[in-house]
Design a protein around this ligand. Sequence first.
Ligand SMILES: [Zn+2]
Length: 398
Amino acid sequence: MNGVKNSKLVQSINRLAVLKAIRDHGQLSKTELCEATGLSHPTVAAIVEGLCREGFVDDAGYGNSSGGRKPAIFEFNPRARYIIGVDFKRDNVVLGVADLAASIIERRTIDNLPNVEAVADGIAALVEELGRERIVSIGVGARGFIDDHTGSLQWIANTRKTNIPLKELLEKRTGCDVFIDHNYNLAALGERNFGAGRKARDLIYINVGTGISAGLIINGHIYRGRLGQAGEFGHTVVDINGSPCECGRKGCLESLVSGAALARAAVEALQRGDKSKLADITEGNLSRISGVHVIECAEKGDSLCLELSRRAGEILGAGIINLINLFNPEMIIVGGSLIRPGGVLMKTLAETVDRDADRATRQDFKLVASELGGDAVLIGVATLVLEDWLQLTLEGVN
Ligand SMILES: [Zn+2]
């Protein structure tokens, strides 16, 4: 029995080695595959035939010959299977389809967020269109408290819905495997592998939007903490006498720098009589002012918004220096709806860190803006699934 098991394991490892070699090199002949994997010609031929049959590998014509017959060339087919990413943003849900190269090939937005059934309907329709058998799995980037064991969400984004059995609901509706993680963890992973992270071993991704959160990558892996709730950077206190925060304490980073905090500070200034383009944009309806409006007006030179953005950059800088001192990361990537590469907030943030961070910890340290922007979570889902899937193909051999 063990002999059968071992021979299956060897076959699986060989199959994975061939698949990885074709994927990493783009196009290879069988002879080149033998050289890349160290396997014999008959073994490679049998594996390639199986992979072609399953659609993972395509015949790509013939290569050049140095004498004799031209060799047949094979290439990886990233569209053989798909991964569905689900990104719960504050006001909507973005569904993305990624191929096996982690490229996003389709995006759809579902606006009626409080209705989780509508989100499940959208995902189920997508699964139906793509073909259930072609989906590797579905990954969800969510906000709120996630129960690691059951995949339940304590609440979703800005709704007050509680204890939503999201994993169970989606698995029942689609028949696919579903996993749920915090969207900032997934964004960190996406940036690390396909964005600004450049495979750094230790990095932190900070999302600056409606709230503030941090995805920690330590030693190449997401650090989630004991209950999976690590990364609540927005609720670290930077001013014990500061504004009240919704968590019940005072002076949390989120109560001073987030989109809601920027909007609140802008409204207070306007009510005191300050002049700003913000009043025109919102036609005098101050309740419509958002943090993104403040950032956009700052880019247009509005003096109130410039001042608020600079102040936000300085406070966030102080918070980030705390992170640098705690974790000594290689880089910190800053993304989210309030971040514009080269914008005032980002510039002030970089200046603050450069000026105030300890010389020893900031040696070779990089502070950069996100490269993946709004796609970071979807690409993070694809990264996590692919890492797993390449190992699982070990079991896929017949
Ligand atoms: Zn707080």
